[in-house]
Design a protein around this ligand. Structure first.
Ligand code: SF4
Length: 261
């Protein structure tokens, strides 16, 4: 990370003082340059989100390019929304952002989306304990995987899925951006029987978000099931900004997960 420079950036951060950073990050052996501006004063993880999205994009592009040359191209394509029936985990700051997005939608669209979330939650409650997930309740990874599998069998479409495509594509969560497969698309419809091979990513950006704020909030991962977006945000208010944008960026970079590929 280079020395930060402070300036005013009226367009991106509403005339608040911002600090610019230039970063060079090695991703799967390639050096990639990034420049970003963050608030010089109190900031939230949402201020780092554009950078997180940029990292996912570069990480995916590098991986796709490599695996295509290895004869394993991405099989995901427009109009295939099977994966949008999984229980998608999102970061807490993404949940608050998506809730604001829903609230900003014009009527009757806003009510339609809220009704879909309600219907999805009703189906989960009807299905009972084998699919329910409480993010505050300790659970083994095995149990989490079993419940995720049971949830998938319900084939509940994400409330944002329309005509098998994402209706909030530019705002889709980090996890949705990272999830790409190289196995035949048909395999995704029955992953217990047919193998589904995900695209290995040199960076695990969504996974990194699970470990943010551990020092201030204590150990333990925090995430929100996308299908519970409305009920979760009804009960939780956004964390107030307490650190500068540069401090948040430093924490994110220090925790950035790099799975071995
Ligand atoms: S947010 Fe979009 S990409 Fe993600 S699960 Fe929903 S419809 Fe699919």
């Amino acid at each position: 990370m280079t020395e930060p420079t402070e300036q005013r950036d009226a367009e991106s951060l509403e005339d608040s003082p911002v600090t610019s950073h230039s970063l060079e990050i090695k991703i799967a052996g390639e050096k990639v340059q990034f420049t970003l501006t963050v608030p010089s004063g109190p900031a939230t993880w949402e201020n780092i989100l554009p950078f997180m999205r940029a990292l996912v994009k570069v990480s995916s592009d590098i991986s796709q390019e490599y695996f295509t040359t290895q004869g394993k191209p991405i099989s995901c394509k427009a109009g295939c929304g099977i994966c949008c029936r999984q229980r998608v985990p999102i970061a807490e700051f993404e949940a608050h952002r998506l809730r604001r997005l829903v609230e900003s939608m014009p009527e009757p669209r806003r009510s339609e989306i809220i009704a879909r979330f309600q219907a999805a939650e009703d189906r989960v409650r009807e299905a009972g304990d084998t699919v329910l997930f409480d993010d505050r309740q300790p659970m083994s990874l095995k149990e989490m995987a079993e419940r995720a599998g049971n949830y998938f069998k319900l084939m509940i479409p994400c409330p944002f899925l329309e005509n098998e495509s994402c209706s909030i594509y530019d705002e889709r969560p980090l996890k949705c951006r990272e999830y790409l497969v190289t196995s035949p698309a048909v395999n995704c419809s029955d992953p217990e029987v047919l193998p589904v091979v995900g695209l290995p990513q040199p960076l695990a950006v969504y996974l990194t978000t699970l470990f943010l704020d551990e020092e201030s909030r204590g150990p333990g991962i925090r995430w929100v099931p996308l299908n519970q977006l409305m009920s979760w945000t009804d009960l939780h208010v956004p964390e107030p900004p307490s650190r500068t944008g540069s401090e948040l960026l430093l924490e994110f970079m220090s925790k950035l997960v790099r799975p071995s590929t």
